[in-house]
Design a protein around this ligand. Structure first.
Ligand code: AMP
Ligand code: MG
Length: 194
């Protein structure tokens, strides 16, 4: 176990998971047209490994305002929930207003997808990218920490370290919480598990 894979210099891990509009096999629209419909995030204090705060908002998409049945089935997010949600600019503002008072934090997510999706939506809506830190790819860090060459989806990664999934898979806030639990276990409770 190599905990260095998770090392950051900021006092907080800002662990984020996005859900987005989608269609099965991307037949109805391509990846570039996907839009964020949920931002879920937790702040994990690096010194204590405690979750000190969490954030969630739905986001109303504009390019494809109508969710596909596939998307609702995958995420459980309904048309009513996104219809009543703030647009991207307002949602991003609320998100930044939540994490910025904590000072510096390190943006983390599972894979590179969430980082790219933020970049795409920020371009589409002509707003600045919200993070100043570099990005920590938790999927890569997980495999590096465990000395494995293969990469894993989050659910499989949890299974491998005997962590039960909590909440609903493919809901941003629950995915973010589960990622935080992976980091907690790998950095804090390794002796109990390996
Ligand atoms: P996740 O963080 O794994 O819940 O996925 C983030 C987003 O990626 C989802 O909200 C979907 O837009 C898309 N996505 C995830 N899995 C699939 C899939 N099997 N087919 C199509 N899109 C997917
Ligand atoms: Mg997710």
């Amino acid at each position: 176990m190599n905990p260095q894979a998770f090392s950051i210099i900021e006092p907080y891990y800002l662990i984020v998971d996005l859900e987005a509009t989608c269609s099965k096999n991307m037949v109805l629209f391509p990846r570039e047209e996907m839009e964020i419909i949920e931002i879920g995030a937790v702040l994990l204090e690096a010194s204590s490994l405690e979750i000190v705060s969490s954030f969630e908002t739905f986001v109303r998409p504009v390019r494809h305002p109508k969710l596909t049945p596939f998307c609702t089935e995958l995420t459980t997010i309904t048309q009513t929930q996104v219809d009543g949600a703030p647009g991207y600019k307002e949602a991003l503002n609320r998100f930044q207003n939540w994490f910025r008072p904590f000072g510096s934090s390190h943006f983390c997510s599972w894979g590179e997808y969430d980082r790219h999706q933020f970049q795409r939506d920020c371009q589409r809506h002509h707003v600045g990218y919200p993070f100043v830190s570099k990005h920590l790819n938790l999927k890569t860090a997980y495999s590096e920490a465990l000395g494995l060459s293969r990469k894993f989806g989050m659910a499989e990664a949890m299974q491998r370290i005997n962590l039960p999934l909590e909440g609903t898979l493919h809901r941003g806030i629950d995915d973010a919480r589960n990622m935080a639990r992976i980091v907690q276990v790998l950095l804090g409770k390794t002796s109990e598990l390996f």
